[in-house]
Design a binder for this molecule. Structure first.
Ligand code: ATP
Ligand code: MG
Length: 592
Protein backbone atom coordinates (compact mmCIF):
# COMPACT_ATOMS: atom_id res chain seq x y z
CA UNK A 1 0.00 0.00 0.00
CA UNK A 2 1.91 3.05 -1.12
CA UNK A 3 1.31 6.46 0.31
CA UNK A 4 1.65 9.28 -2.13
CA UNK A 5 0.85 12.94 -1.99
CA UNK A 6 -1.84 13.54 -4.44
CA UNK A 7 -4.54 16.09 -4.44
CA UNK A 8 -7.83 15.40 -6.03
CA UNK A 9 -9.22 18.41 -7.79
CA UNK A 10 -12.64 19.47 -6.64
CA UNK A 11 -15.26 17.70 -8.69
CA UNK A 12 -17.39 20.80 -8.45
CA UNK A 13 -16.71 24.06 -6.70
CA UNK A 14 -16.71 23.43 -2.98
CA UNK A 15 -20.03 23.79 -1.29
CA UNK A 16 -22.22 23.94 -4.35
CA UNK A 17 -22.96 20.24 -4.70
CA UNK A 18 -24.60 19.82 -1.30
CA UNK A 19 -27.95 18.18 -1.55
CA UNK A 20 -27.76 17.53 -5.26
CA UNK A 21 -26.84 14.12 -6.63
CA UNK A 22 -23.23 13.49 -5.85
CA UNK A 23 -21.09 12.31 -8.71
CA UNK A 24 -20.47 8.58 -8.51
CA UNK A 25 -17.27 7.42 -6.88
CA UNK A 26 -16.33 3.76 -7.16
CA UNK A 27 -18.37 2.84 -4.08
CA UNK A 28 -21.49 4.66 -5.16
CA UNK A 29 -21.12 3.01 -8.56
CA UNK A 30 -21.10 -0.41 -6.88
CA UNK A 31 -24.10 0.42 -4.73
CA UNK A 32 -25.99 1.83 -7.72
CA UNK A 33 -25.35 -1.33 -9.69
CA UNK A 34 -26.38 -3.59 -6.79
CA UNK A 35 -29.63 -1.68 -6.39
CA UNK A 36 -30.29 -1.83 -10.15
CA UNK A 37 -29.71 -5.60 -10.11
CA UNK A 38 -32.08 -5.98 -7.19
CA UNK A 39 -29.36 -7.45 -4.99
CA UNK A 40 -30.58 -7.77 -1.37
CA UNK A 41 -34.02 -6.82 -2.73
CA UNK A 42 -32.64 -3.41 -3.52
CA UNK A 43 -32.00 -2.67 0.15
CA UNK A 44 -28.96 -0.61 1.08
CA UNK A 45 -27.73 -0.81 4.66
CA UNK A 46 -24.45 0.71 5.80
CA UNK A 47 -23.01 1.39 9.22
CA UNK A 48 -20.55 3.60 11.00
CA UNK A 49 -18.81 1.52 13.66
CA UNK A 50 -16.69 3.65 16.01
CA UNK A 51 -14.86 2.20 18.94
CA UNK A 52 -15.72 4.47 21.89
CA UNK A 53 -12.10 4.84 22.97
CA UNK A 54 -11.66 8.48 21.99
CA UNK A 55 -13.29 11.39 20.22
CA UNK A 56 -14.12 11.38 16.53
CA UNK A 57 -11.70 13.15 14.23
CA UNK A 58 -11.84 14.56 10.73
CA UNK A 59 -10.88 11.14 9.32
CA UNK A 60 -13.97 9.63 10.90
CA UNK A 61 -15.96 12.45 9.33
CA UNK A 62 -15.03 11.12 5.91
CA UNK A 63 -16.35 7.69 6.85
CA UNK A 64 -19.51 9.19 8.40
CA UNK A 65 -20.24 11.30 5.31
CA UNK A 66 -19.71 8.25 3.14
CA UNK A 67 -21.79 5.75 5.10
CA UNK A 68 -24.64 8.05 6.08
CA UNK A 69 -24.44 9.78 2.70
CA UNK A 70 -24.81 6.56 0.70
CA UNK A 71 -27.69 5.41 2.88
CA UNK A 72 -29.45 8.72 2.34
CA UNK A 73 -28.86 8.79 -1.41
CA UNK A 74 -30.11 5.24 -1.94
CA UNK A 75 -33.07 5.35 0.44
CA UNK A 76 -31.31 2.94 2.73
CA UNK A 77 -30.40 3.01 6.38
CA UNK A 78 -27.16 3.64 8.19
CA UNK A 79 -26.58 2.10 11.58
CA UNK A 80 -24.56 3.64 14.34
CA UNK A 81 -22.77 0.74 15.96
CA UNK A 82 -20.57 1.22 18.97
CA UNK A 83 -17.78 -1.30 18.54
CA UNK A 84 -17.49 -1.73 22.27
CA UNK A 85 -15.55 -4.97 22.59
CA UNK A 86 -12.67 -3.66 24.71
CA UNK A 87 -13.82 -2.34 28.11
CA UNK A 88 -10.20 -1.59 29.02
CA UNK A 89 -10.25 1.49 26.81
CA UNK A 90 -13.87 2.49 26.34
CA UNK A 91 -15.80 5.12 28.25
CA UNK A 92 -19.28 6.62 28.41
CA UNK A 93 -17.80 10.08 27.81
CA UNK A 94 -16.66 8.90 24.40
CA UNK A 95 -20.00 7.32 23.55
CA UNK A 96 -21.78 10.61 24.31
CA UNK A 97 -19.23 12.64 22.37
CA UNK A 98 -19.47 10.37 19.33
CA UNK A 99 -23.24 10.82 19.14
CA UNK A 100 -23.03 14.57 19.63
CA UNK A 101 -20.44 14.90 16.88
CA UNK A 102 -22.28 12.77 14.31
CA UNK A 103 -25.45 14.80 14.85
CA UNK A 104 -23.51 18.02 14.61
CA UNK A 105 -22.07 16.86 11.31
CA UNK A 106 -25.65 16.60 10.08
CA UNK A 107 -26.45 12.88 10.22
CA UNK A 108 -28.99 10.86 12.15
CA UNK A 109 -29.27 7.13 12.78
CA UNK A 110 -32.76 7.25 14.26
CA UNK A 111 -33.75 3.90 15.73
CA UNK A 112 -30.65 2.21 14.35
CA UNK A 113 -28.33 2.47 17.31
CA UNK A 114 -26.55 -0.78 18.11
CA UNK A 115 -23.69 -2.07 20.19
CA UNK A 116 -21.35 -4.92 19.45
CA UNK A 117 -21.78 -5.77 23.14
CA UNK A 118 -25.44 -6.60 22.44
CA UNK A 119 -24.13 -9.56 20.44
CA UNK A 120 -21.82 -11.00 23.09
CA UNK A 121 -24.09 -13.99 23.75
CA UNK A 122 -24.61 -14.67 20.05
CA UNK A 123 -20.88 -14.41 19.39
CA UNK A 124 -20.17 -16.74 22.29
CA UNK A 125 -22.66 -19.30 21.03
CA UNK A 126 -21.05 -19.19 17.60
CA UNK A 127 -17.64 -19.66 19.18
CA UNK A 128 -18.96 -22.82 20.84
CA UNK A 129 -20.27 -23.95 17.43
CA UNK A 130 -16.83 -23.42 15.93
CA UNK A 131 -15.18 -25.39 18.75
CA UNK A 132 -17.62 -28.24 18.17
CA UNK A 133 -16.81 -28.16 14.47
CA UNK A 134 -13.10 -28.41 15.27
CA UNK A 135 -12.52 -24.89 13.97
CA UNK A 136 -11.43 -23.24 17.21
CA UNK A 137 -9.28 -24.20 20.18
CA UNK A 138 -8.23 -22.91 23.56
CA UNK A 139 -4.59 -21.90 23.56
CA UNK A 140 -2.36 -21.54 26.64
CA UNK A 141 0.27 -19.30 25.04
CA UNK A 142 0.72 -15.75 26.26
CA UNK A 143 0.02 -12.83 23.93
CA UNK A 144 3.77 -12.43 23.34
CA UNK A 145 4.17 -16.11 22.53
CA UNK A 146 1.25 -15.98 20.11
CA UNK A 147 2.75 -12.94 18.40
CA UNK A 148 6.17 -14.61 18.17
CA UNK A 149 4.86 -17.89 16.78
CA UNK A 150 2.93 -16.12 14.05
CA UNK A 151 5.88 -16.20 11.65
CA UNK A 152 6.58 -13.53 9.06
CA UNK A 153 5.57 -12.71 5.50
CA UNK A 154 8.31 -15.06 4.30
CA UNK A 155 8.27 -17.71 7.04
CA UNK A 156 5.28 -19.77 8.16
CA UNK A 157 4.10 -19.62 11.75
CA UNK A 158 4.59 -22.29 14.40
CA UNK A 159 1.42 -24.11 15.43
CA UNK A 160 0.34 -23.76 19.04
CA UNK A 161 1.15 -26.83 21.20
CA UNK A 162 -2.58 -26.81 22.06
CA UNK A 163 -3.79 -26.79 18.47
CA UNK A 164 -4.96 -30.40 18.54
CA UNK A 165 -6.81 -30.37 21.84
CA UNK A 166 -9.96 -32.47 21.80
CA UNK A 167 -13.32 -30.79 21.29
CA UNK A 168 -14.36 -31.86 24.81
CA UNK A 169 -11.30 -30.33 26.40
CA UNK A 170 -11.74 -27.12 24.39
CA UNK A 171 -15.40 -26.84 25.38
CA UNK A 172 -14.54 -27.42 29.00
CA UNK A 173 -11.72 -24.85 29.03
CA UNK A 174 -13.72 -22.23 27.13
CA UNK A 175 -16.58 -22.66 29.59
CA UNK A 176 -14.18 -22.21 32.49
CA UNK A 177 -12.67 -19.15 30.80
CA UNK A 178 -16.11 -17.68 30.67
CA UNK A 179 -16.84 -18.57 34.30
CA UNK A 180 -13.81 -16.59 35.42
CA UNK A 181 -11.64 -19.47 36.58
CA UNK A 182 -8.50 -18.17 34.87
CA UNK A 183 -6.53 -14.96 35.20
CA UNK A 184 -6.16 -12.39 32.42
CA UNK A 185 -3.82 -13.45 29.67
CA UNK A 186 -3.62 -17.13 30.67
CA UNK A 187 -5.71 -18.51 27.80
CA UNK A 188 -7.22 -17.41 24.52
CA UNK A 189 -9.65 -18.95 22.11
CA UNK A 190 -8.11 -19.14 18.66
CA UNK A 191 -9.52 -19.97 15.26
CA UNK A 192 -7.94 -23.06 13.69
CA UNK A 193 -7.22 -21.98 10.16
CA UNK A 194 -3.74 -22.18 8.63
CA UNK A 195 -0.43 -21.33 10.29
CA UNK A 196 1.25 -21.26 6.88
CA UNK A 197 -1.24 -18.94 5.18
CA UNK A 198 0.41 -16.13 3.24
CA UNK A 199 -2.21 -13.91 4.90
CA UNK A 200 -1.05 -13.45 8.49
CA UNK A 201 -4.59 -12.71 9.60
CA UNK A 202 -5.46 -16.34 8.89
CA UNK A 203 -2.71 -17.81 11.08
CA UNK A 204 -4.96 -19.04 13.87
CA UNK A 205 -6.07 -15.58 14.99
CA UNK A 206 -7.21 -14.98 18.55
CA UNK A 207 -11.01 -14.81 18.87
CA UNK A 208 -11.40 -14.31 22.63
CA UNK A 209 -9.23 -13.05 25.43
CA UNK A 210 -9.74 -13.05 29.18
CA UNK A 211 -10.25 -9.61 30.68
CA UNK A 212 -11.58 -9.30 34.20
CA UNK A 213 -13.03 -5.87 33.71
CA UNK A 214 -16.55 -4.49 33.92
CA UNK A 215 -18.09 -3.28 30.72
CA UNK A 216 -20.05 0.00 30.51
CA UNK A 217 -23.05 -1.90 29.13
CA UNK A 218 -22.78 -5.53 30.18
CA UNK A 219 -21.38 -4.87 33.64
CA UNK A 220 -19.73 -7.96 35.09
CA UNK A 221 -21.62 -10.46 32.94
CA UNK A 222 -18.48 -11.26 30.97
CA UNK A 223 -14.83 -11.71 31.73
CA UNK A 224 -13.96 -12.87 28.23
CA UNK A 225 -14.30 -10.43 25.36
CA UNK A 226 -14.29 -11.05 21.61
CA UNK A 227 -11.50 -9.59 19.52
CA UNK A 228 -12.47 -6.91 17.02
CA UNK A 229 -11.78 -9.25 14.09
CA UNK A 230 -14.11 -11.89 15.45
CA UNK A 231 -16.88 -9.46 16.38
CA UNK A 232 -16.85 -7.13 13.44
CA UNK A 233 -17.96 -9.20 10.47
CA UNK A 234 -20.58 -11.06 12.46
CA UNK A 235 -21.98 -7.80 13.79
CA UNK A 236 -22.46 -6.70 10.18
CA UNK A 237 -24.10 -10.04 9.45
CA UNK A 238 -26.43 -9.78 12.44
CA UNK A 239 -27.48 -6.27 11.40
CA UNK A 240 -28.01 -7.15 7.76
CA UNK A 241 -25.42 -4.67 6.52
CA UNK A 242 -25.29 -4.88 2.73
CA UNK A 243 -22.25 -2.72 2.10
CA UNK A 244 -19.68 -2.90 4.86
CA UNK A 245 -17.41 0.01 4.08
CA UNK A 246 -14.06 0.33 5.81
CA UNK A 247 -10.58 1.67 5.32
CA UNK A 248 -7.92 -0.05 3.23
CA UNK A 249 -5.93 -1.54 6.10
CA UNK A 250 -8.80 -4.00 6.62
CA UNK A 251 -8.57 -5.39 3.11
CA UNK A 252 -6.38 -8.25 4.35
CA UNK A 253 -8.85 -8.98 7.13
CA UNK A 254 -11.70 -9.55 4.70
CA UNK A 255 -10.80 -13.25 4.08
CA UNK A 256 -10.94 -13.82 7.83
CA UNK A 257 -14.38 -12.21 8.11
CA UNK A 258 -15.55 -14.37 5.22
CA UNK A 259 -14.05 -17.46 6.86
CA UNK A 260 -15.90 -16.89 10.13
CA UNK A 261 -19.27 -16.48 8.41
CA UNK A 262 -18.62 -19.47 6.12
CA UNK A 263 -17.69 -21.71 9.05
CA UNK A 264 -20.53 -20.56 11.26
CA UNK A 265 -23.00 -21.06 8.40
CA UNK A 266 -21.56 -24.50 7.63
CA UNK A 267 -22.12 -25.43 11.28
CA UNK A 268 -25.74 -24.36 11.09
CA UNK A 269 -25.30 -20.92 12.66
CA UNK A 270 -27.72 -18.26 11.50
CA UNK A 271 -27.83 -14.68 12.63
CA UNK A 272 -30.84 -13.45 14.55
CA UNK A 273 -31.31 -10.33 12.48
CA UNK A 274 -31.68 -6.99 14.07
CA UNK A 275 -32.28 -3.82 12.16
CA UNK A 276 -33.46 -5.33 8.89
CA UNK A 277 -33.31 -8.02 6.21
CA UNK A 278 -31.26 -11.18 6.05
CA UNK A 279 -28.18 -10.57 3.98
CA UNK A 280 -24.61 -11.56 3.88
CA UNK A 281 -22.44 -8.47 4.20
CA UNK A 282 -19.81 -7.57 1.66
CA UNK A 283 -16.87 -5.49 2.63
CA UNK A 284 -15.46 -2.70 0.48
CA UNK A 285 -12.36 -0.74 1.31
CA UNK A 286 -11.51 2.90 0.61
CA UNK A 287 -8.53 5.13 1.34
CA UNK A 288 -8.52 6.78 4.72
CA UNK A 289 -8.31 10.53 5.04
CA UNK A 290 -4.94 11.87 6.07
CA UNK A 291 -4.07 15.54 6.51
CA UNK A 292 -0.63 17.05 6.76
CA UNK A 293 0.50 18.92 9.88
CA UNK A 294 -1.77 16.79 12.05
CA UNK A 295 -2.46 13.15 12.86
CA UNK A 296 -5.40 10.78 13.06
CA UNK A 297 -4.18 8.26 15.59
CA UNK A 298 -6.63 8.15 18.48
CA UNK A 299 -3.94 6.65 20.66
CA UNK A 300 -1.63 9.61 20.11
CA UNK A 301 -4.40 12.17 20.38
CA UNK A 302 -5.26 10.62 23.74
CA UNK A 303 -1.62 10.99 24.71
CA UNK A 304 -1.75 14.72 23.89
CA UNK A 305 -4.77 15.07 26.15
CA UNK A 306 -3.38 12.95 28.98
CA UNK A 307 -0.01 14.66 28.97
CA UNK A 308 -1.65 18.09 29.05
CA UNK A 309 -0.08 19.16 25.76
CA UNK A 310 -3.52 20.41 24.73
CA UNK A 311 -6.37 21.51 26.99
CA UNK A 312 -8.60 18.57 26.08
CA UNK A 313 -10.14 16.62 23.22
CA UNK A 314 -11.87 19.82 22.13
CA UNK A 315 -8.79 22.02 22.22
CA UNK A 316 -9.23 23.97 18.98
CA UNK A 317 -5.84 22.77 17.71
CA UNK A 318 -6.91 19.13 17.72
CA UNK A 319 -8.15 17.37 14.55
CA UNK A 320 -11.26 16.19 16.39
CA UNK A 321 -14.75 17.23 15.38
CA UNK A 322 -15.36 18.61 18.88
CA UNK A 323 -12.28 20.81 18.50
CA UNK A 324 -13.25 21.98 15.04
CA UNK A 325 -16.72 22.88 16.26
CA UNK A 326 -15.24 24.86 19.13
CA UNK A 327 -12.83 26.56 16.77
CA UNK A 328 -15.71 27.63 14.54
CA UNK A 329 -15.39 25.26 11.58
CA UNK A 330 -18.89 24.87 10.15
CA UNK A 331 -20.09 21.28 9.75
CA UNK A 332 -20.92 22.20 6.16
CA UNK A 333 -17.25 22.94 5.48
CA UNK A 334 -16.25 19.53 6.78
CA UNK A 335 -18.81 17.84 4.56
CA UNK A 336 -17.48 19.92 1.68
CA UNK A 337 -13.98 18.63 2.41
CA UNK A 338 -15.25 15.05 2.36
CA UNK A 339 -16.89 15.67 -1.01
CA UNK A 340 -13.82 17.37 -2.39
CA UNK A 341 -11.27 14.72 -1.46
CA UNK A 342 -13.65 12.09 -2.80
CA UNK A 343 -13.45 8.34 -2.34
CA UNK A 344 -10.53 6.46 -3.79
CA UNK A 345 -8.64 3.25 -3.30
CA UNK A 346 -5.22 4.80 -3.06
CA UNK A 347 -3.88 6.24 0.18
CA UNK A 348 -2.72 9.81 0.07
CA UNK A 349 -2.13 12.81 2.28
CA UNK A 350 -4.36 15.83 1.77
CA UNK A 351 -3.39 19.39 2.49
CA UNK A 352 -4.80 20.85 5.67
CA UNK A 353 -4.88 24.08 3.63
CA UNK A 354 -7.71 22.50 1.63
CA UNK A 355 -9.78 22.06 4.79
CA UNK A 356 -9.08 25.67 5.74
CA UNK A 357 -10.09 26.72 2.24
CA UNK A 358 -13.43 24.93 2.66
CA UNK A 359 -13.92 26.72 5.99
CA UNK A 360 -13.18 30.13 4.44
CA UNK A 361 -15.45 29.52 1.47
CA UNK A 362 -18.30 28.79 3.82
CA UNK A 363 -17.69 31.58 6.33
CA UNK A 364 -17.14 34.16 3.63
CA UNK A 365 -20.79 33.76 2.73
CA UNK A 366 -22.19 33.58 6.23
CA UNK A 367 -20.04 35.44 8.77
CA UNK A 368 -20.95 39.06 9.54
CA UNK A 369 -18.06 41.53 9.33
CA UNK A 370 -17.05 43.46 12.41
CA UNK A 371 -14.11 45.54 13.55
CA UNK A 372 -11.73 43.95 16.00
CA UNK A 373 -8.35 45.37 16.98
CA UNK A 374 -5.92 42.72 18.19
CA UNK A 375 -2.98 44.92 19.22
CA UNK A 376 -4.56 48.29 20.03
CA UNK A 377 -2.86 51.66 19.61
CA UNK A 378 -4.75 54.70 20.87
CA UNK A 379 -5.60 57.48 18.38
CA UNK A 380 -6.83 60.90 19.50
CA UNK A 381 -8.62 62.97 16.86
CA UNK A 382 -7.78 66.47 17.90
CA UNK A 383 -10.30 68.36 15.81
CA UNK A 384 -13.24 66.06 16.61
CA UNK A 385 -15.90 67.88 18.70
CA UNK A 386 -15.38 67.14 22.40
CA UNK A 387 -17.84 64.54 23.71
CA UNK A 388 -19.47 63.88 20.33
CA UNK A 389 -20.45 60.36 19.27
CA UNK A 390 -21.71 59.44 15.81
CA UNK A 391 -23.32 56.22 14.68
CA UNK A 392 -21.80 55.31 11.34
CA UNK A 393 -23.27 52.76 9.00
CA UNK A 394 -21.17 49.70 8.09
CA UNK A 395 -21.92 46.83 5.73
CA UNK A 396 -22.45 43.49 7.48
CA UNK A 397 -21.47 41.26 4.60
CA UNK A 398 -20.47 42.47 1.14
CA UNK A 399 -21.11 38.87 -0.09
CA UNK A 400 -24.68 38.91 1.13
CA UNK A 401 -26.74 42.06 0.71
CA UNK A 402 -29.57 40.63 2.78
CA UNK A 403 -27.26 40.71 5.82
CA UNK A 404 -27.89 44.47 5.86
CA UNK A 405 -26.01 47.18 7.72
CA UNK A 406 -25.22 48.03 11.31
CA UNK A 407 -24.28 51.14 13.22
CA UNK A 408 -20.80 51.48 14.65
CA UNK A 409 -20.10 54.24 17.17
CA UNK A 410 -17.35 56.73 16.27
CA UNK A 411 -15.79 59.22 18.67
CA UNK A 412 -12.70 61.36 19.20
CA UNK A 413 -10.73 58.50 20.81
CA UNK A 414 -10.16 55.36 18.83
CA UNK A 415 -8.02 52.27 18.69
CA UNK A 416 -6.30 51.14 15.55
CA UNK A 417 -3.98 48.20 14.99
CA UNK A 418 -0.45 48.87 16.22
CA UNK A 419 1.01 47.34 13.06
CA UNK A 420 -1.00 49.81 10.94
CA UNK A 421 1.36 52.59 12.01
CA UNK A 422 5.03 53.14 11.22
CA UNK A 423 6.90 56.13 12.52
CA UNK A 424 9.21 55.96 9.55
CA UNK A 425 7.14 54.51 6.76
CA UNK A 426 8.86 51.80 4.78
CA UNK A 427 8.55 51.93 0.98
CA UNK A 428 5.10 50.69 -0.08
CA UNK A 429 3.74 51.07 3.46
CA UNK A 430 0.43 52.74 2.67
CA UNK A 431 -0.99 52.73 6.14
CA UNK A 432 -0.62 55.41 8.80
CA UNK A 433 2.61 57.39 9.31
CA UNK A 434 3.39 60.94 10.41
CA UNK A 435 1.92 63.38 7.87
CA UNK A 436 0.14 60.57 5.97
CA UNK A 437 -3.60 60.32 5.38
CA UNK A 438 -5.58 57.05 5.52
CA UNK A 439 -9.21 55.99 5.40
CA UNK A 440 -10.92 54.58 8.46
CA UNK A 441 -13.34 52.07 7.03
CA UNK A 442 -16.93 53.38 6.94
CA UNK A 443 -15.81 56.51 8.87
CA UNK A 444 -13.46 59.35 7.85
CA UNK A 445 -10.08 60.14 6.43
CA UNK A 446 -7.54 60.88 9.14
CA UNK A 447 -4.04 62.35 9.02
CA UNK A 448 -1.36 61.67 11.61
CA UNK A 449 0.00 64.86 13.17
CA UNK A 450 1.93 63.61 16.16
CA UNK A 451 3.30 60.64 18.11
CA UNK A 452 3.43 60.23 21.89
CA UNK A 453 5.89 57.89 23.51
CA UNK A 454 6.60 56.44 26.90
CA UNK A 455 9.46 58.46 28.31
CA UNK A 456 11.20 55.40 29.70
CA UNK A 457 10.67 52.68 27.14
CA UNK A 458 10.23 54.78 24.03
CA UNK A 459 7.18 52.74 23.14
CA UNK A 460 4.53 54.59 21.17
CA UNK A 461 1.55 55.14 23.45
CA UNK A 462 -0.77 57.33 21.38
CA UNK A 463 -1.14 58.97 17.98
CA UNK A 464 -2.44 62.46 17.46
CA UNK A 465 -4.51 62.86 14.30
CA UNK A 466 -6.95 65.17 12.59
CA UNK A 467 -9.96 64.10 10.58
CA UNK A 468 -11.63 65.56 7.51
CA UNK A 469 -15.35 66.05 8.26
CA UNK A 470 -16.03 66.15 4.51
CA UNK A 471 -15.15 62.45 4.18
CA UNK A 472 -17.98 60.96 6.24
CA UNK A 473 -18.58 57.30 5.36
CA UNK A 474 -14.98 57.01 4.19
CA UNK A 475 -15.31 58.80 0.84
CA UNK A 476 -13.99 62.18 -0.24
CA UNK A 477 -15.93 64.52 -2.49
CA UNK A 478 -12.84 65.83 -4.24
CA UNK A 479 -11.76 62.39 -5.36
CA UNK A 480 -8.32 62.49 -3.73
CA UNK A 481 -6.64 59.12 -3.72
CA UNK A 482 -6.19 57.15 -0.51
CA UNK A 483 -4.29 53.90 -0.55
CA UNK A 484 -4.70 52.61 3.00
CA UNK A 485 -7.96 51.58 4.65
CA UNK A 486 -7.83 50.66 8.33
CA UNK A 487 -10.27 49.11 10.77
CA UNK A 488 -10.80 50.79 14.11
CA UNK A 489 -12.98 50.86 17.22
CA UNK A 490 -14.15 53.72 19.38
CA UNK A 491 -12.15 53.59 22.62
CA UNK A 492 -14.94 54.22 25.07
CA UNK A 493 -17.40 51.90 23.30
CA UNK A 494 -15.01 49.03 22.62
CA UNK A 495 -15.37 45.72 24.43
CA UNK A 496 -12.37 44.00 25.91
CA UNK A 497 -11.60 40.62 24.51
CA UNK A 498 -9.13 37.79 24.74
CA UNK A 499 -8.25 36.38 21.35
CA UNK A 500 -6.66 32.97 20.86
CA UNK A 501 -4.69 32.62 17.67
CA UNK A 502 -4.07 29.07 16.51
CA UNK A 503 -1.46 27.71 14.24
CA UNK A 504 -0.77 24.16 13.06
CA UNK A 505 -0.37 21.60 15.79
CA UNK A 506 2.87 20.26 14.31
CA UNK A 507 5.73 22.06 12.64
CA UNK A 508 6.29 19.26 10.13
CA UNK A 509 3.93 18.18 7.40
CA UNK A 510 4.48 14.63 8.59
CA UNK A 511 4.58 14.67 12.40
CA UNK A 512 6.24 11.24 12.34
CA UNK A 513 9.23 12.62 10.47
CA UNK A 514 11.69 12.82 13.35
CA UNK A 515 15.40 12.69 13.93
CA UNK A 516 16.99 9.61 15.47
CA UNK A 517 16.13 9.29 19.15
CA UNK A 518 13.23 11.77 18.99
CA UNK A 519 9.56 10.99 18.89
CA UNK A 520 6.61 12.67 17.19
CA UNK A 521 6.04 14.95 20.15
CA UNK A 522 9.26 16.77 19.32
CA UNK A 523 7.43 18.05 16.23
CA UNK A 524 4.70 19.78 18.24
CA UNK A 525 4.51 23.44 17.30
CA UNK A 526 5.37 25.58 20.35
CA UNK A 527 3.62 28.52 18.65
CA UNK A 528 0.38 26.64 18.02
CA UNK A 529 -1.45 28.88 20.48
CA UNK A 530 -0.79 32.58 20.99
CA UNK A 531 -3.17 34.33 23.38
CA UNK A 532 -3.75 38.08 23.11
CA UNK A 533 -5.29 39.51 26.26
CA UNK A 534 -6.06 43.15 25.50
CA UNK A 535 -7.95 43.12 22.22
CA UNK A 536 -10.75 45.58 21.51
CA UNK A 537 -13.87 44.75 19.53
CA UNK A 538 -16.82 46.81 18.42
CA UNK A 539 -19.84 46.75 20.76
CA UNK A 540 -22.21 44.97 18.35
CA UNK A 541 -20.69 41.57 19.24
CA UNK A 542 -21.40 42.05 22.94
CA UNK A 543 -24.50 39.88 23.07
CA UNK A 544 -23.06 37.00 21.02
CA UNK A 545 -23.32 33.46 22.32
CA UNK A 546 -20.56 30.87 22.21
CA UNK A 547 -20.26 29.55 18.68
CA UNK A 548 -21.22 32.87 17.04
CA UNK A 549 -19.04 33.56 14.00
CA UNK A 550 -17.60 36.84 12.76
CA UNK A 551 -15.13 38.07 10.27
CA UNK A 552 -12.85 40.57 11.98
CA UNK A 553 -12.11 42.70 8.95
CA UNK A 554 -8.58 42.24 7.63
CA UNK A 555 -7.84 39.54 10.24
CA UNK A 556 -9.86 36.45 9.52
CA UNK A 557 -12.77 34.54 10.97
CA UNK A 558 -13.34 34.34 14.68
CA UNK A 559 -15.84 32.58 16.88
CA UNK A 560 -16.96 33.15 20.44
CA UNK A 561 -15.46 30.51 22.72
CA UNK A 562 -17.47 28.82 25.49
CA UNK A 563 -14.97 30.32 27.97
CA UNK A 564 -16.44 33.74 27.10
CA UNK A 565 -18.21 35.64 29.90
CA UNK A 566 -20.04 38.95 30.04
CA UNK A 567 -16.94 40.43 31.72
CA UNK A 568 -14.44 39.02 29.28
CA UNK A 569 -15.20 38.01 25.73
CA UNK A 570 -13.06 35.17 24.42
CA UNK A 571 -12.62 34.57 20.71
CA UNK A 572 -10.94 31.78 18.80
CA UNK A 573 -9.45 32.62 15.48
CA UNK A 574 -11.05 30.03 13.25
CA UNK A 575 -8.90 30.75 10.24
CA UNK A 576 -7.03 33.71 8.82
CA UNK A 577 -8.05 35.36 5.56
CA UNK A 578 -4.98 34.26 3.63
CA UNK A 579 -5.89 31.31 1.47
CA UNK A 580 -2.78 29.21 0.95
CA UNK A 581 -4.80 26.54 -0.85
CA UNK A 582 -5.12 28.64 -4.02
CA UNK A 583 -1.33 28.78 -4.20
CA UNK A 584 -0.92 25.04 -3.72
CA UNK A 585 -3.55 24.34 -6.32
CA UNK A 586 -1.90 26.62 -8.86
CA UNK A 587 1.46 25.03 -8.26
CA UNK A 588 -0.02 21.59 -8.83
CA UNK A 589 -2.11 22.57 -11.77
CA UNK A 590 1.05 23.93 -13.37
CA UNK A 591 3.00 20.78 -12.63
CA UNK A 592 0.58 18.43 -14.31
P1 ATP B 1 -8.54 2.54 16.37
O1 ATP B 1 -9.27 1.38 15.77
O2 ATP B 1 -7.08 2.47 16.26
O3 ATP B 1 -9.03 2.95 17.70
P2 ATP B 1 -9.85 4.03 14.30
O4 ATP B 1 -9.51 5.40 13.85
O5 ATP B 1 -9.88 2.92 13.32
O6 ATP B 1 -8.84 3.78 15.47
P3 ATP B 1 -12.59 3.45 14.88
O7 ATP B 1 -13.41 3.97 15.99
O8 ATP B 1 -12.43 1.98 14.78
O9 ATP B 1 -11.19 4.14 15.06
O10 ATP B 1 -13.11 4.05 13.52
C1 ATP B 1 -14.46 4.02 13.15
C2 ATP B 1 -14.59 4.03 11.67
O11 ATP B 1 -13.98 5.20 11.13
C3 ATP B 1 -13.92 2.84 11.04
O12 ATP B 1 -14.86 2.25 10.17
C4 ATP B 1 -12.76 3.39 10.29
O13 ATP B 1 -12.61 2.72 9.08
C5 ATP B 1 -13.15 4.85 10.05
N1 ATP B 1 -11.96 5.69 10.05
C6 ATP B 1 -11.06 5.82 11.03
N2 ATP B 1 -10.07 6.67 10.67
C7 ATP B 1 -10.35 7.09 9.41
C8 ATP B 1 -9.72 7.97 8.48
N3 ATP B 1 -8.57 8.59 8.76
N4 ATP B 1 -10.31 8.16 7.28
C9 ATP B 1 -11.46 7.55 6.99
N5 ATP B 1 -12.11 6.71 7.81
C10 ATP B 1 -11.57 6.48 9.02
MG1 MG C 1 -10.65 0.81 14.21
Amino acid sequence: METTREHQKPIEPVGTNEGSDKPDDFLRAIVREDVAKGKNNGVVATRFPPEPNGYLHIGHAKSICLNFGIAREFNGRCHLRMDDTNPAKEEQEYIDAIKRDIRWLGFEWGEHEYHASDYFQQLYDWAVLLIKAGKAFVCDLTAEQVAKSRGTLTAPGTPSPNRNRSVEENLNLFDRMRKGEFPDGSHTLRAKIDMASPNLNLRDPVMYRILHKDHPRTGNAWCIYPMYDYAHGQSDWIEGITHSICTLEFEDHRPLYEWFIDQISASGGKPVQVGGGSVRPRQYEFARLNLNYTMMSKRKLLQLVQEGRVTGWDDPRMPTLAAMRRRGYPARAIRALADTVGVARRNSVNEIALLEHCVREDLNKTAPRVFGVLNPLKVIIENYPEGQVEELEATNNPEDESAGKRNVPFSGELYIEREDFMEVAAPKFFRLAPGKEVRLRAAYYITCTGVEKDALTGEITCLRCTYDPATRGGWSQDGRKIKGTLHWVSAKHALNAEVRLYDRLFVKEDPEDVAEGQDWRSNLNPQSLVTLQSCKVEPSVGSANPGAMYQFERHGYFCVDPDSTSQQLVFNRTVSLKDSWAKIENKQGGGR
